[in-house]
Design a protein around this ligand. Sequence first.
Ligand code: ATP
Ligand code: MG
Length: 204
Amino acid sequence: MKIGLFGGTFDPVHIGHLVAARLAKEALKLDRVIFIPAGVPPHKNGFGLTPAAKRLQMAVLAVGYEPDFQVSDWELQQEGPSYTVDTLEHFASQFPDDELYFIMGADMLCDLPNWQSPTRILELASLIGMTRPGFAMDECRSTLRRVFPRSEERIHYVEMPGLEISSTWLRERLRERKSVDYLIPERVIRFIEENGLYDRRANS
Ligand code: ATP
Ligand code: MG
């Protein structure tokens, strides 16, 4: 089996994430994609992050009943920061007979040389970089080719329609009480409203 792992803060999950997962699955013929909400991600300090349980629930609601999309709470169960390399070690031992693919946006992929243990990451999984507006894929590709010359076939680039959407932008809209219709799955919007998430008074 080919398993896609899709890490992120998902604060909140949005259509950019869902389209990326769907198109990565199609392009690399993955059997399923597992969304993995991050605990406190190494590059974000955790301040102002929506509680893990809520981000997990939003991911579960977004994935809904799609049999080929799942959500794992593994990173949320870990103490402290979750490095991708640790997550991949875990899934590699859980699925020893499967091929792992780690899905991410181009913004993350281009930064690979700065990650913890990138060479080990490339041994554990193939990487799938999804195009994202504002990130020059060609530049990224040539940098990674230079830094990791032996791993070229482990790194895949997948075009997706440019969705200039980020959770940061959506959090701002939610705080300003602007519409996020169609940008976030309806069930997730309802959950955000019911739980008073991203409310200016509650969170900042
Ligand atoms: P934030 O603004 O809080 O950083 P985000 O929208 O970047 O949120 P993350 O949870 O950080 O969302 O992203 C999880 C993964 O999804 C990352 O690999 C990121 O690059 C990718 N991603 C997020 N939004 C898009 C998008 N619109 N197009 C392509 N990839 C995306
Ligand atoms: Mg991000």
